[in-house]
Design a protein around this ligand. Structure first.
Ligand SMILES: [Zn+2]
Length: 440
């Protein structure tokens, strides 16, 4: 089952006050807005396409009475209203999931939402409080209907973990939690108390550290194996590694219901783990733009140390005498001539054909020999290593075409390289290749 795994707990509504709802009438309420909130109640917020990511039903105490409460998280694409003022208001949140809340009698309208389906939603009330995310509330005019939207589930762009750059902002990132601080760390500096919780998210491309602070760190209840969708993050560099910086009111969804989430669960379940952590994952690093010449200089001046860089380069050739290897079914290691895996001996399960490409890339008069593996091969050829190998015998002209589509083209290539002093060779591995779109 996916979706709805966020822990149910009693929630006290802390902010967002409405016209009928003043501190005098409800003395128990906590107001945390430091200045009077600006309330915009247009009653026209409408989304033609809202994709439900999670739905939570619970009870909360409001003005001393227990009340039904529902909260749905949706990613939204189309704003249905023609009202310019309302469009301006909503445009701030497109690209980030929104939370739609319902209280008391209005809960019945939200209750039927199922995570993983599309809806059209009309007549939500928007509440804007300076410095906080907008709030969307179901009221008596709200109409929620299943929509005929045919697009793939998530209406958000997801940034690939392997291609994050320092300074990027407002990204949505998703990964499986592979390491998690069960207990938040408490400390104090200069008399100010702080709370911190660290965890690591990963996918097949790599892993990245996430640090939560303050009340978010205390209230966040993830665990290893959950898929976490983090929205509106920015990217920072720390000692050459990339880390995620969350906005002050972060949106973190656990196990949201959509396709990529299921795929991540599958990847995590199938991955080979050491002490419970998928093996062979590197922390995401910054790939600064460099020429091949500068990169080689840098690698040679820091012997036996990995350097990472990005270059815009042309694929000069791909050696097709050997494009793949047979790997152990339990890990990705190459099977020796004796039929053994270096790690698993003869207990190799079902073996697998994986890409191992020797690619020569060039930039001006300079060339570099590089190696590329599974994920790069898949994205370059848009087929598996096995399928490509079959093509060689079954359809030689299609096989040649597959190479012709790549050779001579320019790509933005992320590379990890190391100058090995013992062999006096530069080892260089392609981590990702993205075609450069040339202006016609
Ligand atoms: Zn093995």
């Amino acid at each position: 089952m996916i979706g709805n795994l966020v822990e149910f707990k009693e929630i006290t509504r802390k902010h967002a006050r409405t016209e009928q709802d003043t501190p005098d009438q409800h003395p128990n309420k906590v107001f945390i807005a430091s200045r009077s909130p600006v309330v915009v109640a247009l009653r026209v917020a409408a989304f033609d396409a809202a994709f439900a990511l999670s739905i939570k039903l619970t009870k909360l105490k409001r003005a001393g009475r227990e009340e039904e409460y529902a909260e749905a998280w949706c990613s939204v694409k189309k704003v249905g209203s023609d009202d310019a003022r309302s469009r301006d208001c909503i445009s701030q949140v497109l690209g980030c999931p929104i939370s739609i809340k319902a209280f008391g009698d209005n809960v019945s309208k939200l209750r039927h939402i199922v995570a993983g389906q599309h809806y059209s939603i009309n007549g939500l009330k928007i509440t804007t409080i300076p410095g906080k995310p907008q709030e969307y509330t179901v009221n008596s005019d709200t109409v929620i209907e299943k929509s005929g939207e045919k697009s793939a589930g998530l209406l958000l762009d997801l940034a690939p973990l392997s291609d994050l750059r320092t300074g990027q902002r407002d990204l949505n990132v998703i990964g499986v939690i592979i390491q998690y601080d069960e207990n938040a760390t408490h400390g104090a500096k200069n008399g100010n108390k702080w709370v911190r919780r660290k965890f690591t998210i990963a996918n097949a491309d790599g892993k990245i550290a996430v640090t939560l602070w303050g009340s978010t760190a205390e209230s966040f209840k993830g665990s290893v194996g959950n898929v976490a969708l983090l929205c509106g993050v920015s990217i920072q560099e720390y000692k050459g590694f990339i880390s995620l910086q969350l906005p002050s009111y972060p949106c973190i969804l656990l196990d949201p219901a959509f396709l990529e989430c299921e795929e991540l669960h599958r990847w995590y379940k199938d991955s080979v783990k050491i002490n419970g952590v998928p093996e062979g994952l590197a922390y995401s690093v910054d790939y600064p733009m460099m020429t091949l010449v500068d990169a080689v200089d840098k690698a040679c001046s820091s012997e036996n140390e990995d350097i990472c860089f990005k270059s815009e380069a042309v694929v000069i050739s791909i050696n097709d005498s050997e494009i793949s290897y047979i790997s152990c079914g339990m890990c990705k290691k190459k099977i020796k001539d004796s039929g053994e895996c270096p790690a698993h001996g003869y207990d190799i399960g079902e073996t697998c054909t994986r890409y191992l490409l020797k690619i020569t890339i060039g930039e001006a008069d300079n060339q570099m020999n590089t190696t590329a593996f599974e994920s790069v091969g898949d994205s370059l050829f848009k087929m598996s290593a096995n399928e490509l190998a079959n093509l060689a015998t079954e359809n030689p002209s299609a096989y040649d075409d597959a190479f012709r589509k790549i050779v001579g083209k320019t790509y933005t290539i992320s590379i990890r390289a190391k100058y090995v002093s013992e062999s006096q060779l530069l080892q260089s591995t392609i981590m990702s290749m993205v075609p450069v779109v040339m202006d016609e």
